[in-house]
Design a protein around this ligand. Structure first.
Ligand code: SAM
Ligand code: SF4
Ligand code: SF4
Length: 315
């Protein structure tokens, strides 16, 4: 693998080409201010009606780790994967949780299979089948693409059968993009590419281990809360952070730095609620763990992780 890629076919053919409304509006500041203002009013009305801090989602969308470890190790990975020990999700636990969420949502639920690197899981085809068995809506698998070109035909057929879209995060490393595109086309699998190659496409968010932040302010400002909803072993969180800090704690256990164990107020136990509405309501409100989040981001180019503590926390 090299750190430079000449020109990414995945990005030019499957990346986001259309200029977003935000980019267009940035060119006309007056209109931008008007649209932002209208959005704020809409959010206020919605949250006023539902009495939640962020608008309650209409449909559940969640991320789930297929494995915690990774074969790339990016600096400041938001999921702490460079620090995680090797761990594959147990497909029986996954099936138990998917069945429960399928019943609660009447199969109307979007799923994002992530990690770590999901292609490392030896039972991935079974996991794709479980996903298709319980949900009718959009499912996707997010990957760094390193192992994608060498996947067997059964993998591609299973993506097609279970309507799983492949989302490739494109890093400045060499992968066999031509073969990936050819396989996706041959098997009729939907592809999407995310650009992680730009000079400012990577960010570092530093958590404040003193845990003294105002939870409501942090949650309001947070781009992940109620967006990157995270499922692990029967628990749902408004973001992955509370259930993933165990990797940080274990890796840096000899240091003076560490996060508290998440409390029962930090997540929803999907087996203790009676309706999807109860889940959506809880996820639209801050959790005690928001006390750690600075929501200060610094942007730079992508780099490999040196596994230094300062990649994640403010010392
Ligand atoms: C945690 S990764 C897991 C899936 C897979 N390993 C991958 O990289 O696509 C999910 C997404 O989060 C993005 N991500 C993680 N940490 C990030 C950071 N510090 N800055 C920007 N994107 C980040 C990745 O690029 C990827 O698109
Ligand atoms: S490829 Fe990078 S962003 Fe994705 S899980 Fe691995 S370390 Fe994290
Ligand atoms: S814990 Fe932090 S990252 Fe998660 S929702 Fe709260 S503010 Fe956002």
């Amino acid at each position: 693998m090299s750190e430079t890629v000449e020109k990414s076919r995945l990005l030019s053919e499957y990346g986001c080409k259309k200029p977003t409304l935000k980019k267009l509006l940035k060119k006309i500041p007056m209109l931008m201010r008007l649209v932002t203002g209208l959005r704020k009013v809409k959010t206020k009305i919605k949250t006023g009606i539902s009495k939640t801090v962020k608008p309650k989602r209409e449909k559940l969308f969640f991320d789930v780790h297929i494995c915690d470890h990774c074969n790339l190790n990016c600096k400041s990975c938001t999921n702490f994967c460079p620090l995680a020990e090797k761990k594959f999700v147990d497909s029986d636990i996954l099936e138990r949780d998917f069945k429960r969420l399928s019943e609660l949502t009447n199969r109307r639920c979007d799923v994002s299979l992530i990690g770590g690197e999901p292609l490392l899981h030896p039972g991935l085809i079974k996991i794709l089948d479980i996903t298709g068995k319980y949900f009718d809506c959009g499912a996707q698998l997010v990957t760094n693409g390193i192992l994608l070109a060498e996947q067997p035909d059964e993998f591609w057929q299973s993506c097609r059968k279970n309507a799983v879209k492949l989302v490739v995060s494109v890093y400045p490393i060499k992968i066999d993009e031509d073969k990936i595109i050819a396989q996706a086309r041959k098997h009729g699998v939907e592809l999407e590419a995310l650009d992680r190659t730009g000079a400012l496409s990577w960010y570092k968010h530093t958590w404040d281990l003193s845990g003294g932040r105002n939870v409501e302010k942090a949650y309001r400002k947070c781009p992940w809360g109620n967006v990157c909803i995270y499922l692990e072993d029967g628990k749902l969180d408004p973001c992955g952070f509370p259930l993933l800090t165990k990797h940080f704690n274990k890796y840096f256990d000899k240091s003076e730095y560490g996060f508290a164990e998440p409390s029962e107020d930090d997540y929803v136990d999907i087996f203790k609620v009676n309706s999807i509405d109860e889940i959506l309501e809880k996820l639209a409100n801050p959790i005690p763990y928001c006390r750690y989040c600075t929501l200060n981001f610094s942007y730079s180019g992508w780099e490999r992780s040196g596994r230094g503590i300062e990649e994640w926390v403010k010392k």
